[in-house]
Design a protein around this ligand. Structure first.
Ligand code: ZN
Length: 257
C-alpha cells in the first residue's frame, strides 16, 4: 500500500509493507532505539528503525538473530531506514542459539546473507534456503553439514558455483581431475584449465552433486569428514576470491563438531 504525502517537489511516497522476515543484525542507534537488518520474503534486505526496543522489551525478545518474524513497516522514499510498525515472532531461533553445536552457526548464516544478498533485491531463494537450513538444524542435522550445504547454495545463487558436471571451457563431461576457475567462474577439466584454478577433490564433488539433488534432511549425515573439509576449503576459496576478505563470523565456526 503506497500513499503520497505533500504535493509537487515536496511530495514523498510512503509504502506500508507487511511480510515475514529473518533478523540478520541488530545495532543500537540511540539510548533507546535499535536498527535491525531484515531478510524479507519479498523485498530482500531491509533496514528498519525499532523505537524503544533496547533492554527487556517484548520487541527486544523478537529481535534475536535468525528468528523469523511477521513484520509491518513504513518505507519512506529516499530514507535508508524504514520505520517499524508491528513485530511478532513467527518462529524463534532461541533453541538453536542456546545449543552449543548450532549457536556459532547463526551469526555466520546471518553475516553471509547480509554480505551476499544485495539490499532491496528480492531474496526469495535465499529466504527459503535459510528456512530450510534452520529447520534441518532443529531436526538434528549436524551443524557442519548444514554449514557446507548453506555455503554451497548461497554461492550457487550468486553464480559463483555454476554447473559442476560439464567442463566450462569445452563442454565435455568432467572426468576425475577437475579444477574450479574462479575467473569464468566454472568447473573445468585439468587439461582445459592448464595451471589456472583451484583443484577440486573428488570428495567435494560428490557432496556438491548430492547437495544439488537432495534436501539437507535427506543427505547422508555420515559423509566422510575429509569430504566435508574439502568442500569447506573450496567454498572458502571461492568466497574469499569474490569478497577479497573473510567473513568475521567464519573463524568462530571452527568450534563446530
Ligand atoms: Zn574442457
Amino acid at each position: 500500500m503506497t500513499t503520497v504525502f505533500g504535493s509537487g517537489a515536496e511530495s514523498f511516497e510512503v509504502t506500508l509493507v507487511s511480510t515475514t522476515a529473518f533478523i540478520l543484525r541488530v545495532d543500537p542507534i540511540s539510548e533507546k532505539d535499535l536498527a535491525a537488518a531484515l531478510l524479507t520474503k519479498e523485498q530482500g534486505v531491509v533496514r528498519v528503525a525499532v523505537k524503544g526496543a533496547r533492554g527487556r522489551s517484548k520487541r527486544a525478545a523478537a529481535l534475536q538473530l535468525l528468528t523469523e518474524v511477521d513484520v509491518t513497516y513504513f518505507l519512506r522514499e529516499g530514507r535508508e531506514l524504514a520505520r517499524l510498525d508491528a513485530l511478532e515472532i513467527e518462529s524463534s531461533s532461541f533453541d538453536l542459539a542456546t545449543r552449543a553445536e548450532t549457536a556459532m552457526l547463526l551469526p555466520y548464516l546471518a553475516e553471509s546473507v547480509l554480505t551476499f544478498v544485495p539490499e532491496a533485491e528480492p531474496g526469495n531463494d535465499v529466504y527459503r534456503l535459510v528456512r530450510h537450513v534452520l529447520d534441518a538444524l532443529a531436526a538434528g542435522v549436524p551443524a557442519a553439514l548444514a554449514a557446507r550445504y548453506f555455503e554451497v547454495w548461497l554461492l550457487r545463487f550468486c553464480g559463483l558455483l555454476p554447473e559442476d558436471s560439464l567442463c566450462a571451457v569445452c563442454g565435455e563431461e568432467l572426468g576425475e581431475s577437475v579444477r574450479l576457475d574462479a575467473e569464468i567462474p566454472g568447473f573445468v577439466m585439468a587439461s582445459c584449465a592448464g595451471r589456472r584454478g583451484i583443484p577440486v577433490p573428488n570428495g567435494a564433488r560428490r557432496l556438491l552433486r548430492a547437495m544439488r539433488h537432495q534436501p539437507l534432511t535427506k543427505l547422508d549425515v555420515r559423509a566422510p569428514a575429509g569430504d566435508l573439509a574439502a568442500l569447506e576449503d573450496l567454498s572458502r576459496e571461492v568466497r574469499r576470491r569474490f569478497l577479497g576478505h573473510e567473513l568475521k563470523s567464519y573463524r568462530f565456526l571452527s568450534a563446530l563438531g
